[in-house]
Design a binder for this molecule. Sequence first.
Ligand code: 4NP
Length: 154
Amino acid sequence: MRVLFVCLGNICRSPTAEGVLRHKLREAGLAEQIEVASAGTGPWHVGKPPDSRSQRAARMRGYDLSAQRARQVAAADFNRYDLILAMDQSNLRNLKLLQPAQGKAELDLFLRRYDGAVEEVPDPYYDEEHGFEQVLDLIEQACDRLVIELKGRL
Ligand code: 4NP
């Protein structure tokens, strides 16, 4: 089973989701069975590590994002991944434009499936430090539910 998180730059939200889900899958003993990755719809930060503010906020909660490098989502991802989860509506719209007719991946808005109250993970890039904490709060909650769903799908 393969899961891909997608945001705009692949330096704040989706790398955080990748790090959090990987950590929770390891805790649940599912790390070997589920592959997790992230990508951005935009090209600007390709090759860069996650934003230092995202890395710092994640490190404070025990998640290490330092080995990740940004990449741009590609049409081939729709055949490699089973589940592609967009951080906001704009990401989802861009993914739908890129989605090949034959792609196997199920495409959805991350929080619509796993939270309910809030639909989008807000873009923290131009925000203050607390924006990164809010991103982590939303992602941690949603990943707890995602782990349960993934366990049921294995
Ligand atoms: P992300 O945040 O999509 O969560 O990685 C952003 C990172 C960079 C930019 C926008 C959002 N940017 O405009 O460069």
